[in-house]
Write a protein that binds this ligand. Structure first.
Ligand SMILES: Nc1ncnc2c1ncn2[C@@H]1O[C@H](COP(=O)(O)OP(=O)(O)O)[C@@H](O)[C@H]1O
Ligand SMILES: [Mg+2]
Length: 443
């Protein structure tokens, strides 16, 4: 049964990768974007899109994209690559400084100069910044070099070396919305000097939730002018390829109707494509063709799994955050609710809820801002789930008189911008440590 090139364990698992940051066997629908990124890196720092930001909801495939771009930069262009993931409670600049020497190892082939640079950077980091435990604000006092200045200095050396040796450094910053504001400003200032002014080949590609746009706008001129591109859901032909491609490698076919159902119900959202594919595969129990009946059974079990994930997410929230979500769900379902309206429903002033709202938007990524002073669920599926919870039904019954009914089911177009259910900072740390679960459970 097992094709010769796979092991027994691989064969026992479906060939889909529901989860976060998990590279699927077929990266569908991203060729044009990857080609563009690669071409722009080749053109060099003169290109206006040399540094850029990719934004999209959870599960739209940003982390996978960064991984693919990193691979292109390293294999095709021979560049050094540094992938980092921003965390709220950690200085991004300190992490970049700390990990820079290791990332430059591939430049070892360029001779002694590269090794000297690595040593200089390591020494600089140890002396100047991390050992002092300095934060960006504290660093300016007491005569020690500030982390921001140390970072600009390090990036300048790296840029000069790369320019002199016809190579480059690609830095990818994932979950960039979580980066502390002062780190973002420091990074932008260094890029302004190294990339914009000196035209040295150090490219930074950020990826983040839609709320990252605001963060960039507040991080100085260079950051606010950075090109921002949205990572969209897969179009129907790419979603079909994401389902059919991995199955074909295992000599399994998809019935057209089965495929159409999952493509439609996922609206091309990469995480859902993988999750539904996984469950349909399991429902088929090793048959050579995945049929409509398998797809329907798969959808049902995928939904049950999603409900479990929402439950786990809910349990991690603070009471006020739950109350906030319940109010949004009861007021608007998957549609958008005014922040004044939500506050009123909770008997508070909007500013009393600012912390909860902020965490739901920026840390958990469970809400998004479709327009000024409004919020909505980032995941329409979760909105429906939350609206059925007792908290939301209670809140709803108190307001039903004066407020409009929940929004109807999301349309495919709207769903295309939706994120899959969120994870919190703890989950982010787990992922960074490389701990991956075989499926998308318990984010
Ligand atoms: N181009 C793609 N084709 C098929 N599946 C994808 C693609 N990009 C991502 N995925 C899948 O989508 C899910 C989310 O991907 P991820 O990169 O973690 O999203 P994000 O970083 O935007 O939250 C994972 O299950 C991943 O395997
Ligand atoms: Mg990601």
């Amino acid at each position: 049964m097992a094709p010769n090139d796979t092991t027994a364990t691989e064969v026992s698992l479906p060939p889909y990768t529901p989860g976060f940051g998990r590279r699927p066997p077929v990266v569908a629908g991203r060729d044009a974007l990857v080609d563009d990124l690669s071409r722009v890196l080749e053109v060099g720092p003169e290109h206006p899109r040399f540094c850029r930001a990719l934004i999209g909801g959870r599960g739209t495939g940003k982390t996978v994209l960064l991984d693919v771009i990193g691979e292109v930069a390293s294999k095709k262009l021979g560049w050094a690559v540094l992938h980092v993931q921003a965390l709220q409670e950690e200085s991004l600049v300190a992490v970049l400084l700390e990990r820079m020497p290791e990332a430059l190892k591939p430049w070892g082939r360029l001779g002694r100069g590269a090794r000297d640079l690595q040593v200089e950077l390591s020494v600089g980091v140890n002396l100047g910044v991390l050992a002092a435990g300095a934060t960006l604000q504290r660093g300016h006092s007491a005569g020690i070099v500030s982390p921001a200045a140390a970072f600009e200095d390090a990036l300048s050396r790296v840029g000069a070396f790369a320019a002199a040796h016809g190579t480059g450094l690609l830095v990818t910053v994932d979950e960039a919305q979580a980066a502390p504001a002062e780190d973002l400003s420091a990074l932008a200032r260094a890029l302004q000097t190294v990339v914009a002014r000196r035209l040295q080949p150090v490219a930074v590609v950020f990826s983040g939730l839609p709320s990252f746009r605001e963060r960039l706008a507040g991080a100085g001129t260079y950051a606010s002018r950075l090109p921002v591109e949205e990572v969209w859901s897969l179009d129907p032909s790419a979603a079909r390829l994401a389902l059919v491609g991995p199955a074909a490698r295992r000599h399994v076919a998809w019935e057209d109707e089965a495929l159409e159902l999952l493509v439609r119900r996922s609206a091309g959202h990469p995480y859902y494509v993988q999750l539904f594919g996984w469950h349909a595969w399991e429902a088929a129990e090793g048959e050579a063709t995945i049929t409509l009946a398998h797809a329907k059974a798969g959808l049902a079990s995928a939904r049950a799994e999603l409900a479990g994930q929402y439950e786990a997410t809910w349990a991690r929230l603070r009471p006020q955050e739950r109350a906030y979500l319940a109010a949004v769900a009861s007021l608007a379902g998957a549609g958008s609710a005014g922040i004044d309206e939500v506050a009123k429903a909770l008997g508070k002033e909007p500013k009393q809820l600012a912390v909860a709202r902020d965490r739901l938007l920026h840390m958990h990524g469970l809400l998004e801002v479709p327009e000024r002073a409004k919020v909505r669920f980032a995941d329409a599926e979760m909105a429906g789930w939350a609206a059925r919870r007792p908290e939301a039904r209670m809140a709803g019954s108190e307001q039903r008189e004066e407020l409009s009914p929940p929004a109807p089911e999301r349309s495919a177009g709207r769903a295309a911008r939706k994120g899959a259910p969120s994870k919190d900072a703890e989950a982010a740390r787990r992922r960074r440590a490389g701990a991956e679960r075989p499926r998308g459970l318990g984010r």
